[in-house]
Design a binder for this molecule. Structure first.
Ligand code: SF4
Length: 393
């Protein structure tokens, strides 16, 4: 299924670009992303600063081929289309574009209208990913979203008409959600979907309003057995409709996987531009982990002063690199191919894994190691954190 993407992942010249737009109309109570609400944003200053960081990273990565660009956030559909166009145009000046380059922009249903979608498409965006999160108004209300069901459906239909590829996200395992209600909602989502869907179980992150609500007993997530039943029914329905999971939370028709995220999951190189963006860049054989200053205003000031806002750039190697590659790669249903692992870690799988840790996980059928490489089974992916803990620590 993902073999062509695994082959592409082993190409060391390939490079992905992530661009972070940190602004949102309001803050969702479950969100721990680097997202901020501001009355106004000076789009010209922000455009110039993003272009400066692109030029800075381009100097470090000359001669590479860009396989994807991903505008994430925050809410990048709040960017002016002209700002998006400038970033894409400058990227094309700095790097060669792969023939099938994927250019994705994350959108919220509230921040799109027909004219903006058309402008984004004209700017070069060829894939849109919409934060729908639920198709029921009470759930959207609970999730603190600014849109209702009708707006969400309108945005999905418009995306289908405007972009060659589109996806949308839903959050399930919400309080009081039953398997029957989720089955109905998921079936409706599939009837609206194109070739890709992201389906996340609600997680509660420290520091969010939902975290405080859960601690005070105001928010109760489904019991483990209900959550497991919701996960199982999600896999069954999506598989039945030709959208199997290719990653823990991502479903696609074969060939329609998100190529940008595949770079992350297979340990490939990517540039991170914008506040708090992370990158992984190989320079002279060493892999550097990069991180930009997270606060929007501090990031902007630093870029204007020195052309970039890199907070950290350090080599990541040895066990740290092996662990990172395994943690990402085992999220994929196809796992890590031997070739990808060798290219990324510089080791054969058997030389990187401790037999006394691996054997029980193979015996329990949480992991499979064969000629294809290493992968987690469905049971293994359901408890991936525990599997990784047993494999790595
Ligand atoms: S719109 Fe997205 S990034 Fe912004 S606060 Fe909500 S979940 Fe976070």
């Amino acid at each position: 299924m993902s073999s062509s993407l695994q082959i592409r992942a082993a190409q060391t010249n390939a490079l992905a670009l992530y661009v972070h737009w940190p602004f949102c109309l309001s803050r969702c109570p479950y969100c721990d992303f680097n997202a901020h609400v501001r009355e106004t944003v000076d789009q010209v200053r922000w455009r110039n600063a993003l272009l400066a960081e692109l030029a800075y990273w381009a100097a470090e990565t000359a001669g590479r081929t860009l396989t994807s660009i991903f505008f994430g956030g925050g809410t990048p559909s709040l960017m002016k289309s002209a700002t998006v166009a400038s970033v894409i145009n400058d990227a094309a000046k700095h790097w060669a574009f792969a023939d099938d380059i994927e250019i994705t922009l994350e959108a919220n249903p509230t921040s799109v209208e027909a004219s903006k979608y058309k402008e984004l498409r004209a700017a070069g965006v060829n894939r849109i990913s919409i934060g729908v999160q639920a198709l029921a108004n009470d759930a959207l209300n609970f999730l603190g979203r600014n849109h209702d069901r009708d707006l969400a459906i309108g945005a999905i239909k418009l995306a289908a008409k405007t972009f060659p590829r589109f996806s949308f996200d839903l959050i399930y395992a919400r309080p009081q959600q039953t398997v029957d209600a989720w089955t109905k909602e998921l079936r409706e989502a599939i009837s609206l979907a194109g070739d890709h869907l992201s389906l996340y179980q609600l997680t509660i992150e420290k520091g969010t309003p939902f975290y405080a609500d859960e601690r005070m007993g105001k928010l109760m997530r489904p019991e483990d057995n209900t959550a497991a039943a919701l996960f199982d029914v999600t896999q069954e329905i999506c598989e039945h409709h030709g959208l199997p999971a290719y990653e823990i939370s991502n479903h696609a028709r074969p060939g329609s996987e998100c190529r940008h995220n595949f770079t992350y999951w297979t340990g490939g190189d990517y540039i991170g531009a914008g506040p708090g963006a992370h990158g992984r860049i190989t320079i002279n054989g060493a892999v550097f982990a990069t991180e930009q200053i997270p606060g929007p205003e501090n990031w902007l000031t630093a870029v204007e002063a020195q052309g970039h806002a890199t907070r950290q750039q350090k080599i990541i190697d040895g066990n740290d690199r092996v662990e990172e590659i395994l943690m990402m790669g085992l999220r994929l249903s196809s796992g890590l191919s031997r070739k990808v692992f060798l290219v990324r870690a510089g080791l054969e799988l058997e030389d990187a894994l401790e037999p006394r840790r691996l054997r029980p996980l193979l015996a329990a059928k949480y992991l499979v190691l064969d000629n294809g490489g290493l992968r987690a089974t469905k049971e293994g992916r359901l408890r991936l954190d525990a599997v990784l803990g047993a494999l790595l620590s």
